[in-house]
Structure formats: C-alpha cells, structure tokens
Design a protein around this ligand. Sequence first.
Ligand SMILES: C[S@@+](CC[C@H](N)C(=O)[O-])C[C@H]1O[C@@H](n2cnc3c(N)ncnc32)[C@H](O)[C@@H]1O
Length: 389
Amino acid sequence: MLQAQLPHPSPAPKPSTWRERWQAWRDGVLTSPDFQRRAARSWWMRPIARQRARGLFDLVAGFVYSQVLLACVRLKVFDHLAAGPLSAAELQRVLDLPAEGTERLLAAAVALELLERRESGGTLRYGLGKLGAPMVANEAVAAMVEHHAVLYADLSDPVALLRGGTAPALSRYWAYASAARPGELPPEAVDEYSALMSASQPLVADEVLDAYNVHGHRCLLDVGGGQGRFLLAAARRSPTLQLQLFDLPGVVPAAQRQFAAAGLTSRTQVHGGDFTRDALPRGADIASLIRVIYDHPDERAATILRAVFEALPPGGTLLLAEPMAGARGAPRMGDAYFNFYLLAMHGGRSRSAADLARLVEAAGFEAVRELATPIPLQVSVLVARKPRG
Ligand SMILES: C[S@@+](CC[C@H](N)C(=O)[O-])C[C@H]1O[C@@H](n2cnc3c(N)ncnc32)[C@H](O)[C@@H]1O
C-alpha cells in the first residue's frame, strides 16, 4: 500500500563515461535471474555465486544470529563451559531448558562458531567455539549484547526511523542526547547508561592506553569520563598521574564512589557540569574524550572541542578515542552499525579519522595524528596538541 504512494524516481541519466557504461552493464547482468541461475550452475562461477548468496543470507538472518548470542549470554552458556566441555544432557540441566530447546540452541551456537562439538570415547560434548571463548566472563560484551534489546526495538521499523518523527527508546536511554538542559538530569536518568559505559570500558581503555603512553604527563582530565573507569585504568599505568573527571552532575556521585573504592580520592578531582555550557577545569596537561564526540552533531562537537582547547595549557595534549567510520578492517562498523545506532540515539554521527581531524584542527589544535590500535573495530585514537605560542 505504502509503495503505491511513493513517487516514481526520475529516469536515470544515460551513462556517459566508460566506467558508468561498464557499471550499467554489470548491474544489468547481476540483476538478471537468468544470469544468477547460470552462475550457480557454472563450475567456475559457483564459488562466487555461493559466497554472494551466503553474504546476502547473513544480512537477512542477522537478527536471528544476534538473538542466539543473546540467549547464550542470558543463560551464561559460555561461563558454564569455561571449565570444560559438557554433554547436551548436562547443559540441559544447568541451563534449565527443555531438551528440544537445548538441542536447537546448541545447534545454532555451533553453526555460529560460538560453540564446538567435541567427540571423545563415543561421547559427544559441547565446548567453547572460537567466537564463544572470548565471551567467558566478558562483562563488557555481555552488557552490550543485553543492551541491544533497546536498539532492536527502535529498529523494528527502520524506514520510520530514517524518516524521523519517531521517539526512539534509545534517545530516552541516553537521556543527555535530547535533553534541553542535560546538566539538570538526576542520577536516575544517567545511572543506567553510565553503568553500561563503565562495564564496556575495558574494551577501550587498554587499547587507548597501549596506543598512547600517559606516563610523561602530570594530570589527565577525562571529559565525559562517566564513572571513571578510563581514569582508573590510566592511574594503574602511571602511579604519579593526577586525575580530573568532568561529567554531568548526575554522574558525579557514582564516579566519586568508584574513586573512593579504588583508594584514589586523594589523586582525583571530580567536577560536575555541562560541557556545552560550562568551562572545564584547568590544571591538566592532557585531556581525553573517550567515546564522547560521536554522540554529538558537528556544532556541539565543535563546542566541546573548543572547551577542551580552552582548558589546556599551551602545548597541552588532546587524546580523542572512539570507534571511527572507515576504520581498518571494519567498514561496516561505522557506516552501517554506528550510523543507525546514533540515529536512534539522536543527533550523533559516526565520523572518519579525517573528519574528526578537521574538527579538532578547527578548534585550534595542531599536529593531529592517528595512532594505531590493535582492534580498530573497538576504538581508534587521535592525538593533537594545543600550539605552544
Ligand atoms: C558515551 S558516554 C562515554 C563515557 C566514557 N567516556 C566511556 O568511554 O566509558 C558519554 C559521556 O558523556 C557525558 N556527557 C554527555 N553530555 C554531557 C554534557 N553536556 N556535559 C558533560 N558530560 C556529558 C555522559 O554523561 C557520558 O558519561
């Protein structure tokens, strides 16, 4: 029905260059059912045809795969197998599932390489697969997997989301993203996302701190530092480093509790405020923005970067880390995943390292460079300097 209301696109312009003519010919060939049938039957084209069919099927079935992982996380399947493989009957008992549900889950998890079938002495057991093994006691990924229930609910009508005008649950979850005055949000509005960020911070902190050595610095200001997990990791690397955290007032009590529990209160200053309105604390020679800028549209991102610039002394260092579009080996992460996630969240943008470098330079920084991280899918890093003169 809706289809009938869509305007017809105007006819495409005739291809004029050799490249456009070749692309038009290729589109015609690849969309032809006759070609697809012949490709699947030809011995030399079959591997390509199968690979494409598999790729397309994976896109169609992606949600099911995610839910298999969610079931494994909720049932703590990976943790149950951490001590060694178990039979289906043993797993059925610990998972408290009916026999058929157990068999189906195990078959799906094996197909997705989360688990592995292992036979020995005529007994079939299930052990950790190559994708399941890193999930053992992995609080960070488990928290993200659980969190995706909110995102997937918002994505149930992706066209409505793209058209705007919906009220995605994710934008309520990240209360600051659409609040007129985020500085007035109470702890109840920020606690849930802050706990998620804190739980997932181990995916990021070591990558960033391996890429950039904070040892030579005196004081690190983490802007939008949440509950302080990144600063705690930095403090472990550099025992003399002074720590400053700036985040919304609602986040401050939880951050203070974390520093007190780690015995770091005397090395730490925690400041509450709104980085789009308030000045940031002075005194640090390095400031970090970890998973902060991608939450915000360009104008607000520029305001935050200028606030950081103002807070640093001449020669001060900016450390900016977040997942970036176009990251090496992870083309889908920025342009597909974060692009839609940030749309549902409201107003953020997945940016490439080059886009971020332009924003950083526009705020006044110089000598912007990208540092290599082992897993750019998780985080990429830029460093820049405030001019000395
Ligand atoms: C995506 S979280 C990242 C938290 C932390 N840096 C990390 O990587 O775990 C963004 C952080 O920015 C903070 N934030 C958002 N808007 C803010 C504002 N206007 N002023 C100060 N902090 C803000 C949030 O409270 C949150 O802690």
